[in-house]
Ligand binder design. Sequence first.
Ligand code: NAD
Ligand code: GLY
Length: 359
Amino acid sequence: MPTLTVPLAQRSYPIIIEPGLLARVGAHLRQAGLHHQVAVVTQPPVAASHGARLRAGLEDAGITPLVIEVPDGEASKSLAQASRLYDLLLQARFERGATLLAFGGGVVGDLTGFVAATYLRGIAFVQVPTTLLAQVDSSVGGKTAVNHELGKNLIGAFYQPRAVYIDPQTLRSLPPREYRAGLAEVVKCGFIADAGLVGYLEQEMNAVREQAPEALERMIQASCRIKAEVVGADEEDRTGRRAILNYGHTLAHAIEAVCHYEEYRHGEAVAIGMVCAARLSEEVLGCPGNLGERTLALLSALGLPTRCAGLSPARLLEAMALDKKVQHGRLRFVLLPRVGAAKLVGDVPTELVRRAIPV
Ligand code: NAD
Ligand code: GLY
């Protein structure tokens, strides 16, 4: 499979997508000069299912890694875990030429990236994502963060990895609910930038649901290509271009906050958020093609939730008002003028939003 590149001048980096790649990560690290001291930061389910294969490849390349497991779950994106990692790295005398390898889902990727950005004022890190969400979204683009008691991702840095190594075969052990949650981000990529991808998902539904290798390849490639292009154009989310990756996220973040990050996986909340954003795209921008109905049909067929029954629209609107996408007190939404194109729209009337929330 061809290698993609995130185009950031001297900080450009490759995204390699290849079945079986896990066993060859060690060789890639050596080739890239990232083999001197390597720490693998991972989660217990990932270590149990895939740790041995990664480790064997590293050892074949002459790398004996320090392996650090963090407890499973969002709570590991914390300053306390970051501090524990600093301690372990310092005790093992990791130097500035060292490399951190994030081996797991988005939790491990965001935490490891944050530690890499700050340890000794910044050391190299690479991403080896193992959830679909991480393979199509969080491992690319350099948003690293830990959570604060006042909110998610409030402490962080833009800090790009040196490479992203994606082995779709690692998804075989992923719980089905996590897989479906990742699909929501693929659907998002299609709606904002690739009408052909939306058509593919609709037509090849069975292959997508069954994780057929060609479907995984198509979805991961297309999503990473879009993310690489967007990040290359607006690395630090300053011009509105990168903001399009937040299609469906205005309501999603509110749902997650109102439910204390417990009831819905992020991708599930994004699915519900896309139903709302699709309705608003029709109302505000006149998006053609029955976008609302098409969105509902696709997400339902993929087994994703399409409404947030039982949640109060008033509480969701309150939570939206606190979102990062609020500017000067006005609600901003990413909306679609047509399938495959997106733009940030400021000042969407609250009453329209209230009616578009699928409860
Ligand atoms: P996660 O890292 O918690 O992984 C979900 C679950 O899957 C965990 O239990 C994990 O141990 C397990 N798992 C991972 N890979 C597995 C495998 N191959 N087989 C079996 N089990 C496996 O969650 P996630 O959904 O990957 O990531 C969510 C996080 O990503 C959130 O913290 C979110 O804020 C962050 N995120 C970051 C960005 C970004 O741009 N940096 C973008 C989107 C989301
Ligand atoms: N996941 C949104 C972004 O990376 O900007």
